[in-house]
Design a protein around this ligand. Structure first.
Ligand SMILES: [Fe+2]
Length: 306
């Protein structure tokens, strides 16, 4: 893993103000308004609906689909990618078993861990990482696993995952070879909270014109990735709203991207992106009209005829 980014260091170790609080609109940002969380908690209590949301939050769905990528080298046609984003595993103990159960019977080639491994922030609270270790060891036993850091993750979590065998991409990339052809997976450090993303450093050793997949915890860096020639972009972070109206319509959004980029498949220029709803929960461990998800994405160099 690369040495800790300076901006990340300042937030983690010197108490510098984080990126979410910067800017004129910072004080009105959802994450800077704990009162909203208290209002939701009160509403769930008086309507006796918290238990419904808790049950919903454990209905993990494995969602399999093909993704057409015209520029994908033929050797990688059929590459199966499991995307596990936002487990926030200290928020819901029972999720460990649900995640393993959801993926245990399916085959895939690589796994991407999209960040936000815990909900608590370790420089503020002591965190028990045993559930995270269980999940990571299981996934490493199944396939190569690539991971990025999210806005809830300190650098030490990356080091812990690396000792388990996860290839941590923190403003870094890794090549994958198959039958004489090569693609790259890149991982940006978190842009949302730490402001630590560095796409120039990430791309430093990648040849021009190759097929590259960007993994960034948040979709917020989508324009940078498209400008840098990425064909694919995988993200989580938004939880697609987590507490939604019917039709997965987010009530509150804490991410500065267009609505079309908050959830599922989207396009920007020549780049195709996918924003996962995530598998865990932030704050109150509930979900409404927004089921937890583990996407299993099969890349196709040409669209498949059904
Ligand atoms: Fe998250």
């Amino acid at each position: 893993m690369r040495p800790i980014n300076k901006r990340r260091w300042l937030v983690e170790h010197e108490g510098r103000i984080h990126a979410v609080k910067r800017g004129r609109s910072g004080r009105f940002h959802f994450e800077n308004m704990p009162r909203l969380h208290r209002i939701l908690a009160f509403f769930l209590r008086v309507t006796f609906t918290k238990w419904i949301g808790q049950v919903n939050a454990l209905k993990v769905k494995l969602e399999q689909f093909d993704l057409a990528c015209p520029s994908l080298p033929a050797a990688f046609d059929g590459l199966r990618i499991l995307l596990v984003a936002d487990p926030h595993i200290d928020n819901t103990d029972a999720l460990v078993e649900k995640i393993i159960k959801a993926v245990d019977s399916v085959a895939y080639d690589i796994c991407i861990l999209g960040g936000d491994y815990t909900f608590g922030r370790a420089w503020k609270n002591a965190i028990d990482y045993s559930n995270l270790e269980t999940i990571a060891k299981y996934l490493v036993s199944r396939s190569p696993v690539y991971g990025v850091l999210g806005n809830h993750d300190i650098y030490d979590v990356g080091e812990l995952l690396e000792t388990i065998g996860v290839i941590m991409l923190v403003n870094d990339n890794a090549g994958i070879d198959r039958d004489g052809e090569k693609i790259y997976i890149s991982g940006l450090d978190d842009c949302h909270y730490f402001g630590a993303d560095d796409i120039k450093l990430t791309d430093e050793s990648i040849e021009e014109g190759v097929f590259k997949i960007m993994v960034s915890h948040s979709p917020e860096t989508y324009k940078k990735a498209a400008d840098a020639g990425y064909a694919l972009y995988f993200a989580g972070h938004t939880h697609a709203g987590q507490v939604c109206l019917p039709g997965q319509k987010a009530i509150v959004r804490g991410t500065s991207v267009p609505t079309r980029i908050l959830n599922g498949l989207w396009h920007h220029g020549k780049m195709t992106g996918y924003t996962s709803r995530g598998v865990g929960t932030s704050g109150i461990p509930v979900r409404f009209f927004c089921p937890p998800q583990i996407p299993l994405i099969t890349l196709r160099s040409v669209p498949q005829i059904q």
